[in-house]
Design a protein around this ligand. Structure first.
Ligand SMILES: NC(=O)c1ccc[n+]([C@@H]2O[C@H](COP(=O)([O-])OP(=O)(O)OC[C@H]3O[C@@H](n4cnc5c(N)ncnc54)[C@H](OP(=O)(O)O)[C@@H]3O)[C@@H](O)[C@H]2O)c1
Length: 248
């Protein structure tokens, strides 16, 4: 039997990149998936179509995770469309690098609102629906471990995600809801390309430090998300899994 048969998942930021790969991987294991997008409706609908063509169930739902009404709408969409919610993947995220002189209120609020407040709001509105055995997966980043220069705001957001995971794991453990973080290394996504990370000096400097010797692909992260969503990881909570080909 598939690992996630009869489960329902909400994946934020699933119109492209890591989120799209996670949505498809969860669906391939039998979960019905709410595929969230912020601006890329066509991308989300393509993900839904691919899931449906493979025999799975999915629905595209727009919403900005940093807006309370939208965040609530995502959890509600899971209940309205599929009748329950078991897996929440807080993947939506934005990133921009820059030295301390480039820090601004605008950049701070842009990254913290989506990466941190969005994670909190989506979780807040999902938790009332989650039953025993549910799994919350936050997508952090390896930057919180390696703290690269020129990334103070983004690294700050991902350090916060790690800390939130630890706190919520303790808070929700008594309700048998697990909370873990995946901390990906560099992954070749639309976002990483548009930010100029892929092919950059930063990538060239980092690659020799990756024991497995390559940049990650979204599917490298998605298979770990399936593990954390499934009963295979039933004894894990509050963990931060570095998923970066051995980079640390
Ligand atoms: N790529 C990497 O190297 C890497 C490494 C470590 C961690 N990560 C983390 O992995 C996650 C995904 O990154 P990615 O590289 O796949 O990024 P991506 O290709 O840029 O995709 C980002 C996704 O987030 C969505 N999003 C942005 N703002 C949103 C908002 N306000 N509300 C809801 N969704 C929003 C986007 O939706 P629309 O397109 O619809 O606007 C898109 O689906 C992020 O949390 C990122 O920090 C990435």
């Amino acid at each position: 039997m598939s690992k996630l048969t009869s489960k329902v998942a909400l994946v934020t930021g699933a119109s492209k990149g890591i989120g799209a790969a996670i949505a498809k991987a969860l669906a391939a294991e039998g979960a019905a998936v709410v595929v969230n997008y912020a601006s890329s409706r066509a991308g989300a609908e393509k993900v839904v179509a691919e899931i449906q063509q493979a025999g799975g169930q999915a629905v595209a739902v727009g919403g900005d995770v940093s807006k309370p009404a939208d965040a609530k709408g995502l959890a509600d969409a899971a209940i309205q469309n599929f009748g329950r919610l078991d897996i929440v993947v807080n993947n939506s995220g934005v990133f921009e690098f820059g030295v301390i002189e480039e820090v601004s209120e605008e950049k701070f609020h842009w990254m913290f609102n989506i990466n941190v407040l969005g994670t909190l709001l989506v979780t807040k509105f999902a938790v009332p629906h989650l039953r025993e055995g549910s799994s919350i997966i936050n997508i952090g980043s390896i930057v919180s471990r390696i703290t690269p220069p020129g990334s103070a705001i983004y690294t700050g957001t991902k350090g916060a995600v790690d800390a939130i995971t630890g706190s919520l794991a303790r808070e929700l453990g008594p309700r048998k809801i697990r909370v873990n973080t995946i901390n990906p290394g560099m992954v070749d996504t639309e976002g990483a390309r548009s930010m100029g990370v892929i092919g950059s000096d930063m990538e060239k400097q980092m690659l020799p430090q990756v024991p497995l010797g390559r940049t990650g692909q979204p599917d490298d992260i998605a298979s770990v998300a399936v593990f954390l969503a499934s009963e295979d990881s039933r004894w894990l909570t509050g963990e931060q899994l570095l998923v970066g080909g051995g980079l640390r």
